[in-house]
Unconditional design. Structure first.
Length: 240
């Protein structure tokens, strides 16, 4: 899905490679203990390998599931975040002709500030086809960029152990437009989860006759029913 319209505008994007949040583990082998008693002791039983996580099924986001109509999505938002239907913003994506239901949610990830959660209803079906969550300075100007990077690392670590198909997983991939794919993966039904991080600057306030550059960072998490063939408006082939 072309999600350009759903993303906050960021100028002068720079490539940003995430630092791994987990330090490499160092295993220290105990020294050999001399003596007949120690050498006669039975060897410890081998450690069983960690069980693989259950296969992931991406059905939407929390209580909002694929195929729900607007009223059902609003009821799910009320259940998940205690936000009444009249506080849910409804807009239209003019290029894709989809309906977007949006809510502002504080502390969705501790320390990452306020998030903007958007539920996208398809052009023809008018049913839920995608959910996008955005954190960062365009949503919450008070949040620190370092806190957003921490949240990106936390999301990657969580999703890596959530049972996505291994062959579909990508992590920490720099793209040509300056963003980083923090995580991408699919379930067996090709429902896609994507986490992207972008940082850069936007024009700030004037000081001594010069406009300061203000750092900005955006973290986006999206769940898509069909990322390769979404239910959006397209001009018909051969019409022009």
């Amino acid at each position: 899905m072309n999600e350009v319209a759903a993303r906050p505008a960021i100028t002068h994007l720079t490539r940003f490679i995430l630092r791994c949040s987990l330090a490499g583990a160092i295993v220290l082998l105990p020294g050999l203990i001399a003596g007949a008693a120690e050498s006669a002791a039975p060897a410890p039983a081998p450690t069983a390998p960690a069980a693989a996580p259950p296969a992931m099924q991406v059905t939407g986001f929390r209580d909002a599931h694929w195929g729900m109509i607007a009223a059902e999505v609003k009821a799910a938002i009320r259940k998940d975040f205690d936000i009444p239907a009249d506080k849910v913003e409804t807009t239209e994506n003019p290029s894709e002709r989809t309906t977007v239901l949006s809510a502002t949610v504080p502390d969705l990830i501790a320390g990452a500030g306020t998030a903007r959660v958007s539920y996208i209803l398809g052009y023809t079906t008018k049913k839920l086809i995608q959910v996008t969550v955005i954190w960062g300075t365009p949503v919450d100007p008070r949040v620190k960029p370092a806190e957003i990077v921490v949240a990106a690392n936390q999301l990657r670590e969580l999703l890596m152990r959530s049972g996505y198909l291994p062959a579909t997983i990508r992590t920490n991939v720099a793209t040509r437009n300056g963003t980083v794919i923090v995580f991408e993966g699919q379930d067996a039904d090709k429902h896609t989860t994507l986490v992207e991080l972008a940082n850069g600057t936007v024009p700030g306030r004037l000081r001594n006759g010069k406009r300061e550059a203000t750092p900005t960072v955006v973290l986006q998490l999206s769940y898509s029913l069909d990322a390769h063939n979404p239910d959006i408006f397209r001009l018909k082939k051969g019409a022009f």
